[in-house]
Unconditional design. Structure first.
Length: 162
């Protein structure tokens, strides 16, 4: 994963096909650096990526992180409110359908208990992505050890499935 759009996971429950992550949004977040000086609104594309990451980790966990998971299609997205920093966001994702080639997830972002955005996203499974970086053979681009460790994903899996 190249960009970490989430701060941490509250839970990843593979059996119930649900995950929940949080993001403490601040003006110092990288996507505000060169844009939105006077009105730092959270871009809708970043909201989609947050939902995709929360759902992608859930789907990846169900596959033991043996496949790369990429966003294939946005079926539906709706934005209810503008999000301005500082804000504490809760990102919920759940699996609606699983197929051999991918999964369809639903996700919602709430702030102070109010829905701010929601989306339905098709995630695609891939065996391995082609990288121009110096990855070790078989190393994941999406689920790198750095990403899994930074968000303590394995620890949350143990808690939620035990």
């Amino acid at each position: 994963m190249r960009w970490y759009m989430l701060d941490k996971f509250n839970f990843i429950d593979v059996e119930k096909n649900q995950s929940q992550a949080v993001k403490a949004l601040s003006r110092g977040d990288g996507f505000f650096e060169e844009h939105y000086d006077l009105y730092p609104v959270l871009p809708e594309s970043v909201q989609i990526e947050m939902i995709a990451q929360a759902g992608g980790v859930l789907v990846g966990a169900a596959l033991d992180f043996k496949k790369e998971i990429v966003l294939g299609k946005i079926d539906f997205a709706r934005y209810e409110k503008t999000i301005l920093p500082p804000a504490q966001l809760v990102i919920d994702a759940w699996v609606e359908e699983k197929h051999d080639e991918g999964a369809r997830i639903q996700g919602e972002i709430t702030c102070d208990g109010q829905l701010v955005s929601e989306a339905s996203i098709l995630l695609i499974y891939m065996d391995q992505l082609d990288s121009k970086t110096d990855l070790k053979s078989g190393e994941s681009i999406v689920f790198s050890d750095n990403f899994l460790n930074a968000l303590q994903i394995r620890e949350h899996l143990k808690v939620s499935t035990s």
